[in-house]
Design a protein around this ligand. Structure first.
Ligand code: 13P
Length: 340
């Protein structure tokens, strides 16, 4: 493990004003997202879409990294260049999703455990050769009747820590993603409590595994009301509860916290990140974004599989990046949406 390199990479993923794009949808997930906009998922359509995102002029203004899926890290653009080369030319660091998906957890109805540790060392070695300098592993915690169990939280925490150690062994920065789902009608207080339990368990295992905290990033959910909760917390409450929760649970040596959007609308995800940076300007970690849906929603709907829409879709993508870039400084406002 080269601690210096890991720390340098981790820091270069969270510079001022920039964040990360998650473009690592598995075949199943991208299939569903494409279907919603009337596009058939094929190797070519996935390539065209991701090429559109990555060739958007000047994305390096607001993006430090992009998380790729296995297919994409090997894929060539229509002009024969590797998609990873295009990213590097844009000043963007390629990363890779390495988990094998959240699967039903045995003897734990309604809960999931993420798979993919077998063969991980070999896969990480190959991904590093293909240009990846960071990786992502997502664990899923569901709030519901009698769940999450501590058993599910602990099992996922253990696996996240094993993954993080495996990454650092090969000088790949692990993004550790324990996601407490927004699905359900639970209150923000319940989300707060489960998020804290999850983060504490995760960092306990990470400590035991000897993971170098300065060479990793955390990708958590925000503390937020369940999607179907009758009462929805406002922007300031989400921001305050999220930061207070992180302050209790996340070691200050971690250089950055890069949130997932988790089903929030694009503008909501921007407003929440903005409020956190505005209300708490002097935190020990950078507070940034690593969104998939909240960055891609409008660009994908605009594109609809038609190359003729590519330029307008790219403009929508760049605009969203710019809004989140402003949220990194706490200087975003609703009016900036109109000004575009
Ligand atoms: P969302 O921003 O759509 O939640 O996706 C982030 C992600 O990478 C999930 O693993």
């Amino acid at each position: 493990m080269n601690a210096q390199e890991l720390e340098k990479t981790a820091r270069s993923l969270v510079p001022e004003g920039k964040g990360i794009l998650a473009a690592d949808e598995s075949f199943g997930t991208i299939g569903k997202r494409f279907e919603a906009v009337g596009v058939e998922s094929s190797e070519e359509s996935r390539r065209d879409y991701r090429e559109l995102l990555f060739t958007t002029p000047r994305i390096g203004d607001y993006l430090a990294g992009v998380i790729l899926f296995d297919e994409t890290i090997r894929q060539e653009a229509s002009d024969g260049r590797l998609l990873t080369e295009i990213l590097k030319e844009q000043g963007v660091i390629p990363g890779i999703k390495v988990d094998g998906g959240a699967k039903e957890m045995a003897l734990s109805p309604g809960e999931k455990l993420t798979e993919g540790l077998d063969g991980l060392r070999e896969r990480l070695g190959e991904y590093r050769e293909l240009g990846a300098r960071f990786a992502k592993w997502r664990a899923v915690i569901t709030i519901g009747d009698g769940i999450p169990t501590q058993n599910c939280i602990d099992a996922n925490a253990f696996v996240l820590a094993r993954y993080a150690a495996a990454c650092q062994e090969q000088d790949i920065v692990p993004i550790v993603e324990p996601e407490v789902l927004i699905d359900g009608d639970h209150s923000i207080e319940q989300c707060d409590e489960v998020t804290e339990r999850t983060l504490r368990a995760t960092f306990a295992r990470i400590f035991e595994a000897g993971v170098y905290l300065k060479g990793m990033l955390l990708k958590p959910n925000m503390v937020i009301s369940g999607k179907d909760a009758p009462e929805q917390a406002g922007v300031e409450e989400v921001a305050r509860r999220t930061v207070e929760n992180l302050s209790r649970s996340v070691p200050t040596a971690v250089p950055g916290v890069v949130f997932l959007s988790g089903g929030q609308s694009d503008k909501q995800a921007t407003a929440h990140l903005n409020a956190m940076n505005k209300l708490y300007p002097n935190l020990p970690w950078e507070l940034s974004f690593s969104y998939a849906r909240a960055l891609q929603d409008l660009p994908m709907k605009t594109w609809k599989g038609d190359a003729g829409n590519a330029e307008v879709a790219q403009q929508a993508f760049y605009h969203r990046l710019k809004m989140n870039g402003a949220a990194r400084y706490g200087s975003y406002s609703e009016e900036m949406e109109e000004a575009a």
